[in-house]
Design a protein around this ligand. Sequence first.
Ligand code: GZL
Ligand code: ZN
Length: 322
Amino acid sequence: MLKKITTVASVVLLSALTACGSGDGAGTGSSGSGTITMGFAQVGAESGWRTANTKSIQDEAKAAGIELKFSDAQQKQENQIKAIRSYIQQKVSVIAFSPVVETGWDTVLQEAKRANIPVILTDRSIDSDDTSLYKTFLGSDFVEEGRKAGDWLVANASGPTNVVELQGTTGAAPAIDRKKGFEEKIASKSDIKVVASQTGDFTRSGGKQVMEAFLKSQPKIDVVYAHNDDMGLGAIEAIKAAGKVPGKDIKIITVDAVKDGMQALANGEINFIVECNPLLGKQLMDLTKKVVAGEQVPERVVTEEGTFTQEQAKTALPQRQY
Ligand code: GZL
Ligand code: ZN
């Protein structure tokens, strides 16, 4: 079956239709007999993005009257699987999580299915071809984010350009897809080359360590493409320690647009940021109420997000929520 790609706007329209379509519109869940309980298995606390994402989920669960059980897996898949199993034992109304990597979920999700507990994927997706294992996937289009980064470089590079890439967590959807989208776009300019690419695991320390190694091993680095702001900020520390000027001697492109990244962009140390919206909490709770009430939800909800230049960062910074 064709996967329906739905933006936020049409989800709102759809839910309006289904709500009035479902007659009493009350359904069960929070407005019905009992309170909805959600078991959420979070990736970890590896980046500014993750912190903002966690806060959004916790705040919006409270606002929606949904009882939240929350776990931090320290970026380990076995911890997420353990958390999901414990939520199944506790017979929660719904399980939601952001899969740290794309593969290895079928067994535990089949256990949730057998226990009749609906699953919602947020932020990152899984590569299982059994789409009956989850009700919907709410999150960004990471390939598109990579394309936006590549487009900017193609438009702003002149002459032979050596790129070093700081990849996200190995096997994670954002790492795989941001790499794919970026490469698709820079392929149009043969003198832009990715001369080195390695994972910094989405952390500042990871980005700094890998950038230190690149600065030693690469004779000429013109651009850093970091799959998130945190690794870009780590790279800035390494570039400065090597006596070079970030944003000038070495241009930097990152993804996320969290406050620290936007500050570095406004300061001229980063050159371009592709936004990845972490504020998924409200949409997650709305989708959860529909799923628990047995209403139809789109299989895919793509979050809205943009890009920022240095000038745009200066104006946007004051009202950034995260
Ligand atoms: C993207 C998210 C990524 C962020 C990183 O949606 O999964 O994980 O880009 C975070 O900052 O660690
Ligand atoms: Zn994939």
